[in-house]
Design a protein around this ligand. Structure first.
Ligand SMILES: C[S@@+](CC[C@H](N)C(=O)[O-])C[C@H]1O[C@@H](n2cnc3c(N)ncnc32)[C@H](O)[C@@H]1O
Length: 317
C-alpha cells in the first residue's frame, strides 16, 4: 500500500488518529492535505477520556472509540498512515519515573500491535522529550528496535514549538517510520515567532486573576526587569520565577499558577488553544480544569504539520 490512493482522479489518504485527545494531529493532517490537494479520510480514532471524546466529536462530528487495549486490530479499517501522540506520563521527568513498569507505559505496545497487523505505509508518533534520555536511552531503544523489527525505516528528532512560529517552548520527540526507504528530511525551523501580543486576549474576566497574595509572592521572587512587552511568568519546581516573551510548555498536571501572564493571571482557554496553534473556531468544554488538561495534553499543531509535510515531500520524491 502506498501513502495515497487515487479515487476518480483524486488523491486520498486514509489515516488513523490514535490517542487522539482533542484532535491536534487531525487538524495538522487536514491542513497539510489541503496544501497538497489530497483528500484526508480519518477512518478511525480512539481516546479513552470522555472529555476529549466530547470535544473531538463536537469539532469533527465523530465520536472516537474508547480504550484502545480493548479494540481488536482486525476491527480497525485499512489505512495508509498511523498518527499517535501516545501518553507521556511514564517518560516525563515531571511524573513518576516508572517507564514500562507503569501500565500506561505499555500503551506503546498497542501501537506496535496495530502496526504489525495493519502494516500502514507510514506512521508519525509523538511523545515528551524525556523519552529520549529515559533509563539512559534504553526505553527509546526498545521502541525503535520494535518498530524496526516490524519492517519500518525509523528516524526520530526532538522538535520545539518555538521553532515552528508559536510562542511556546514545547520540546517533543517525534518518531517517523516508513515501510519503504524514503529521503525523509526533518522540517526546517521557521524564524519568526508570533508575538505574545497576538495570542493574549485584551479583555479577561476577573476569575482568571491570581489572588493578591500569589501575585505579591511572585513579584517578591521575580528578579528580572519589567518593561511594557507582555511576558509569561514561569515558576519551576524549585520556586524560581522567570519571565519570557513566550510561554513555557503548558502541562496537563501543572499547578494553577505555574504559568501567569505578566505574573498576574492564568491563561484563558482561547490563549491556551492559540499557544498550540488551534484554529479560532475550536471550542472546548465549560470546565477550566478539564480544558487545561485537554490543551496541556495536546500538541503544537505547526510542529505536527511540519512533520507530516516532510513525510509527504519524501514520499512524493
Ligand atoms: C498525550 S495525549 C494526546 C493528545 C492528542 N495528541 C491531542 O492532540 O489532543 C494522550 C491521550 O491518550 C489517551 N489515552 C490514555 N490511555 C488510553 C487508552 N487506553 N486508550 C485510548 N486512549 C488513551 C488520553 O486520554 C490522552 O488524551
Amino acid at each position: 500500500m502506498g501513502l495515497f490512493d487515487v479515487v476518480k482522479g483524486e488523491k486520498v489518504i486514509r489515516y488513523i488518529d490514535l490517542f487522539c485527545g482533542i484532535g491536534g494531529f487531525r487538524i495538522a493532517a487536514s491542513q497539510v492535505c489541503l496544501e497538497y490537494n489530497i483528500k484526508p479520510q480519518c477512518v478511525f480514532s480512539s481516546d479513552i477520556d470522555p472529555d476529549a471524546q466530547q470535544v473531538y466529536s463536537k469539532y469533527f462530528g465523530e465520536k472516537p472509540a474508547g480504550d484502545i487495549t480493548k479494540i481488536p486490530a482486525d476491527s480497525i479499517p485499512d489505512h495508509h498512515l498511523l498518527l499517535a501522540g501516545f501518553p507521556c506520563q511514564p517518560f516525563s521527568i515531571c511524573g513518576v519515573l516508572k517507564g514500562f513498569e507503569d501500565t500506561r507505559g505499555t500503551l506503546f505496545f498497542e501501537i506496535a500491535r496495530i502496526l504489525e497487523y495493519k502494516k500502514p505505509l507510514a506512521f508519525v508518533l509523538e511523545n515528551v522529550k524525556q523519552l529520549f534520555g529515559h533509563q539512559q536511552g534504553k526505553t527509546l531503544k526498545v521502541i525503535i528496535d520494535i518498530l524496526e523489527k516490524l519492517g519500518y525505516n525509523v528516524t526520530y528528532k526532538i522538535l520545539n514549538a518555538l521553532d515552528f512560529g508559536l510562542p511556546q517552548k514545547r520540546e517533543r520527540i517525534f518518531i517517523v517510520g516508513c515501510l519503504e526507504p524514503i529521503p525523509f528530511e526533518w522540517p526546517m525551523p521557521v524564524r519568526t515567532i508570533k508575538p505574545l501580543k497576538e495570542i493574549l486576549e485584551t479583555t479577561v474576566a476577573a476569575s482568571y486573576y491570581a489572588s493578591e497574595q500569589i501575585r505579591l509572592n511572585r513579584l517578591a521572587k521575580y528578579q528580572g526587569k519589567n518593561d511594557n512587552e507582555p511576558t509569561i511568568w514561569h515558576e519551576n519546581k524549585a520556586g524560581h520565577i522567570s519571565a519570557y516573551p513566550y510561554s513555557c510548555a503548558m502541562r496537563a498536571g501543572a499547578s494553577y499558577n505555574y504559568l501567569l501572564v505578566n505574573g498576574e493571571r492564568r491563561l484563558t482557554e482561547r490563549e491556551m488553544l492559540r499557544l498550540q496553534g488551534f484554529p479560532e473556531d475550536f471550542q472546548l468544554l465549560t470546565s477550566y480544569c478539564a480544558n487545561r488538561k485537554l490543551v496541556g495534553n495536546s500538541v503544537a499543531i505547526p510542529c505536527v504539520a511540519g512533520v507530516i509535510r516532510s513525510l509527504f515531500e519524501a514520499v512524493e520524491h
